[in-house]
Write a protein that binds this ligand. Structure first.
Ligand code: SAM
Ligand code: SF4
Ligand code: SF4
Length: 338
């Protein structure tokens, strides 16, 4: 099955597919799944609504026919999904998948890193928001220690899943001090820390613009301590802006989705655990690809359904949000319809 790679209404190809394999997580990060909203009685997706591995593989094959080359498994916490190695193996075998990665909180990674690598996973991105337990535990909100995440990073590197990228969400008043601590810890190693601006995703984290630490401020803080210079992007759609230490100590990245949006180059589609395809992180609704898969559609029908969704795409939420923000600096989540 080979069809020409479609462009969306703003001329962007579909290049990356991020697949959420579960909506569950063993952390309750305050900026993502705050306990007040994701409490004990929270209703997660029932099993029957979640795509099985064959269904995910079919959607990946159809996406590859439309131009997708990078596939990232995420969640929720993807390592909670039982037998994830099997899915990794199935997707690694799809012709055309050039980059197969996993984003994880690393809580369950250390004992499984070598099996994931053996199944065909290429790299991992590991989230870590501070190097001190007091701050990290305040942010993950389940008392999980930093040392076990560092073990996960070491295990991933030992298994050949490196160089590891570390994702750190910086929230004003919560973990600004983690910037220099993490930069120092990973300087001189292969590991790149990427500092992410706190985003207004979802509707539950009580986001305020005041809580965002602009990427420029993060870069300035690191640069004042260890001088930096910018590095050119490796490819279209690279979300992180990269900087290298002038003394050869490696690189950091910043993901400035709020202050310097990059919608113009956004080549990402997202598939939720229940098979809804979202053409933007901030979309209010998805497209029901599971219904297509479960309706007995052929692979060609499936690819055509994905093409129709992608060619109708015009999302650029972050750019529009910035315009709104200029007019109304303390815009509330409910106002922008997160
Ligand atoms: N549980 C896995 C993890 O934490 O790595 C994968 C899923 S998590 C939703 C993926 C990434 O989104 C993490 O690096 C997390 O820090 C980031 N994230 C979640 N909520 C965010 C927010 N409000 N602003 C910016 N990044 C956020
Ligand atoms: Fe879980 Fe990842 Fe969200 Fe934290 S950021 S609550 S680890 S899904
Ligand atoms: Fe892509 Fe939407 Fe984020 Fe813009 S706001 S970069 S379109 S996901």
């Amino acid at each position: 099955m080979m069809t020409a790679a479609p462009l969306d209404l703003l001329g962007r190809p579909m290049h990356d597919l991020r697949i959420s394999v579960t909506d569950r997580c063993n952390f309750r990060c305050v900026y993502c799944m705050p306990k007040e909203v994701f409490g004990r009685d929270h209703a997660f997706l029932p099993r029957a609504e979640i795509l099985d591995f064959e269904e995910i593989e079919r959607i990946v094959r159809a996406s590859v026919a439309l131009g997708v080359r990078k596939v990232r498994l995420t969640g929720g916490e993807p390592l909670i999904r039982r037998n994830l190695d099997a899915l990794v193996g199935m997707l690694a075998a799809v012709d055309g998948v050039e980059d197969l990665t996993l984003t994880t909180n690393a809580s369950l990674l250390a004992p499984r890193a070598s099996a994931l690598a053996a199944a065909g996973l290429h790299r991992v991105t590991i989230s870590l928001d501070a190097l001190d337990d007091a701050t990290f535990q305040r942010m993950n909100d389940v008392g999980f220690p930093v040392a076990r995440v560092l073990e996960g990073i070491a295990a991933a590197e030992a298994a050949g899943l490196g160089p590891v990228k570390v994702n750190t969400v910086i929230q004003r008043g919560m973990n600004e001090h983690a910037v220099l601590a993490l930069a120092e810890h990973f300087r001189g190693t292969e590991t790149t820390v990427r500092f992410i601006e706190y985003m207004d995703v979802g509707h539950s984290n009580g986001w305020r613009l005041d809580d965002v630490v602009p990427a420029a401020e993060i870069v300035a803080a690191v640069d004042a301590r260890w001088p930096l210079e910018p590095v050119d992007a490796e490819y279209r759609g690279e979300v992180a802006r990269r900087y290298r230490y002038r003394d050869g100590g490696g690189e950091i990245g910043v993901i400035s989705s709020v202050t310097q949006p990059f919608c113009g180059d956004c080549t990402r589609a997202r598939l939720s655990a229940d098979g809804q395809l979202f053409t933007c992180l901030f979309a209010t609704s998805g497209h029901d690809v599971r219904a297509v898969v479960r309706s007995g559609a052929t692979d060609v029908d499936l690819a055509e359904a994905l093409r129709a969704i992608w060619t109708d795409r015009s999302d650029r939420y972050s750019e529009l949000r910035t315009l709104e923000t200029v007019k109304q600096p303390k815009v509330e989540m409910s106002f922008i319809g997160g």
